[in-house]
Design a protein around this ligand. Structure first.
Ligand code: AMP
Ligand code: ZN
Length: 463
C-alpha cells in the first residue's frame, strides 16, 4: 500500500517513491537549532517526521530509507547564547544537542541515519557558494558577505507562491523577517549565503575566498543534503514556518548550483499552539518535555497527544489533552496485555491484517486522527483473533512504547488539597473573588489548579 503525502510544491497528494535505481528513499528533515531545549512545538514536527520515517521503513524496508536530519549549530541565536553565557559556541551547542537527543529518545523517535552539523560542513557550503558566484547567481558586498541574487533565478517563489512583484515590494519579507539570521542586503529579497565577520560574532568565523566569516542559514541544508543524499532527494520536510523563506531559498540555491531538481516532494506539518496561542516565553505557555515531566506526565503521553491531531492542521495543546492521552495509553496497555494472554505469540502470516484500516489512514496523508479512530474501534471490539505481532506492528508504526513506566503520581500535601477543595467550592458557588484569592494562595505555595468542566487537577506550578 503506497504512502500518499501532501506535496507543498504541487499542492497535490502524491505517492512517495524512491527515484534512484538503488531503491533507497532519500529523506531530509530540517533539524533543530541547538541553543536551548526544544519545545513541544518543535517536537510535534519531529514526532510527525518520525512517524513518516517509520512508515517509510515499513513500506520500503529498513535498509532502503536514508533519513538525514541536520543540526543548526551556528546562526544568530546560537552565537548570541554563547556570548551571553561566555562559553565557546561548540560547548553550548553540544549541551543542547545532547539534551535534544535525550528528549528524542524519551519520545521514542528513531535517530536519523546521518545527523550532520553545519559547522562540520563549512567546505561544502563554501563550494556551493563559489559555484553560485561563478554562475552569476551571487554577488559580494563590501563587508565580505555574499548574497544570492533572487532576480537571477526565474523560478524563484514556486513553493511559497511569492510573486516577484511582492518580493520587489518586500512586503512578504517585511511581514515575515528572516528569523534565524538578520541580513543586510541590496535587494530586499536577496539573502545571505556567506556573512562577513562582524564584531558580534566574536571568535566564530572561518576563512573563505571572501575573507573570514560564517555561512548563512539556508545554505547549510542545501550543502548537507547534497553531501549526504545527492543532488536530488525524494522528500524534504519541516514545520510550516520553514516553507518561506528557508525552503524557497534552499530550492533556489540548490537548483542554480546543481542544475537539477532539488527535492521531488515537499512536506510541511502545521504548528502546535498552546492554549490557543502561539507559544512564547513571555506568555508563559512555552513547554519543554521537562516542564511536562515535572507535572507528572510521561513522554509517551506527549507523543500520543502530538500525534492525535492531523499533522496538516494546527493542533491546540492543553494539559487536558495529555490527560486524555494518558487514558488512551492505559487502554492500549490493557489491550496489549489481553492480546498477549490470548495470542500464542503471533504467527499470523497469511491472514489479513486486522489493523489494515489503521495503516490505510496513516498512508492517506498521515491521517492520524482517523488512524487512532480505527485503532480504538478494533481495541473496543476486544482481543479475540488479534495477535501480538499484528498489534506490535501498529505500535511500531505509531512509535508508541507501552512499556514506558507509568508516570509517578504526584503527592499532593493535605493542606494544598484542602485549599483546592475550598477554591473549587467557591467557584461552584460563583464566589469568584474568593476563588481568585484562593488560586493566588495556591500559586504562592507553588501549585496551579487546572479547571475542567467536571472537576480540576492540581499540578506543581511552572517555574
Ligand atoms: P528550529 O529549532 O527553530 O529550527 O525549529 C525546529 C523545527 O520545529 C522546525 O521544523 C520548525 O518548523 C518546527 N517548529 C517551530 N515551532 C513550532 C511549533 N510551534 N509547532 C510545530 N513545529 C514547530
Ligand atoms: Zn533546513
Amino acid at each position: 500500500m503506497a504512502i500518499k503525502l501532501h506535496d507543498s510544491l504541487t499542492r497535490e497528494t502524491r505517492e512517495l517513491q524512491p527515484a534512484q535505481p538503488d531503491g533507497i528513499f532519500r529523506f531530509y528533515n530540517c533539524g533543530p537549532t541547538v541553543y536551548a531545549a526544544a519545545h513541544i512545538g518543535n517536537f510535534r514536527t519531529f514526532v510527525v517526521n518520525d512517524l513518516l520515517r517509520r512508515l517509510l521503513e515499513i513500506e520500503f524496508g529498513k535498509d532502503k530509507v536514508k533519513h538525514v536530519r541536520n543540526l543548526t549549530d551556528v546562526d544568530d541565536k546560537t552565537i548570541r547564547r554563547s556570548r551571553e553565557e561566555h562559553r565557546p559556541l561548540a560547548e553550548v551547542t553540544r549541551q543542547w544537542t545532547e539534551k535534544f537527543h535525550a528528549d528524542c529518545a524519551a519520545l521514542n523517535c528513531l535517530p536519523p541515519h546521518v545527523e550532520p552539523a553545519a559547522t562540520m560542513h563549512i567546505p561544502e557550503q563554501i563550494d556551493m557558494i563559489s559555484i553560485l558566484e561563478k554562475k552569476g547567481h551571487a554577488y559580494r558586498t563590501e563587508d565580505g558577505s555574499v548574497y544570492f541574487k533572487v532576480s537571477s533565478y526565474g523560478d524563484y517563489g514556486h513553493l511559497s507562491r511569492v510573486k516577484e512583484r511582492e518580493l520587489k515590494q518586500s512586503s512578504a519579507f517585511a511581514a515575515k523577517p528572516q528569523t534565524h539570521d538578520a541580513d543586510e542586503k541590496e535587494d530586499g529579497s536577496d539573502f545571505a549565503l556567506w556573512k562577513g565577520h562582524k564584531p558580534e560574532d566574536g571568535d566564530v568565523s572561518w576563512p573563505s575566498p571572501w575573507g573570514q566569516g560564517r555561512p548563512g542559514w539556508h545554505i547549510e541544508c542545501s550543502a548537507m543534503s547534497k553531501k549526504h543524499l545527492g543532488e536530488t532527494i525524494d522528500l524534504h520536510t519541516g514545520g510550516v514556518d520553514l516553507l518561506f523563506p528557508h525552503h524557497e531559498n534552499e530550492i533556489a540555491q540548490s537548483q542554480c548550483c546543481n542544475g537539477t531538481t532539488f527535492a521531488r516532494h515537499w512536506y510541511h506539518s502545521e504548528h502546535l499552539l498552546v492554549d490557543g496561542k502561539k507559544m512564547s516565553k513571555s506568555l508563559g505557555n512555552l513547554y519543554t518535555l521537562d516542564d511536562l515531566k515535572a507535572k507528572g506526565f510521561g513522554p509517551m503521553a506527549l507523543r500520543y497527544a502530538l500525534l492525535a491531531g492531523h499533522p496538516r492542521k494546527q493542533l491546540n495543546f492543553t494539559l487536558d489533552s495529555l490527560h486524555a492521552a494518558e487514558s488512551a495509553l492505559k487502554h492500549l496497555r490493557a489491550f496489549r496485555a489481553a492480546v498477549s494472554e490470548r495470542s500464542s505469540g503471533g504467527n499470523d502470516a497469511g491472514s489479513e491484517d486486522p489493523f489494515a484500516p489503521v495503516f490505510a489512514a496513516l498512508h492517506d496523508d498521515l491521517n492520524t486522527p482517523a488512524a487512532f479512530g480505527a485503532l480504538f474501534t478494533i481495541v473496543n471490539r476486544g482481543a479475540a483473533n488479534i495477535s501480538t505481532s499484528a498489534f506490535d506492528r501498529v505500535l511500531f508504526a505509531l512509535g508508541l512504547d507501552l512499556t514506558e513506566p507509568v508516570a509517578p503520581k504526584i503527592e499532593i500535601p493535605a493542606d494544598i488539597a484542602a485549599l483546592a477543595e475550598k477554591r473549587w467550592a467557591a467557584k461552584q458557588a460563583k464566589d469568584f473573588a474568593a476563588a481568585d484569592a484562593l488560586r493566588k494562595d495556591l500559586a504562592a505555595a507553588g501549585w496551579s489548579m487546572l479547571d475542567r468542566k467536571d472537576g480540576y487537577s492540581l499540578e506543581p506550578a511552572k517555574k
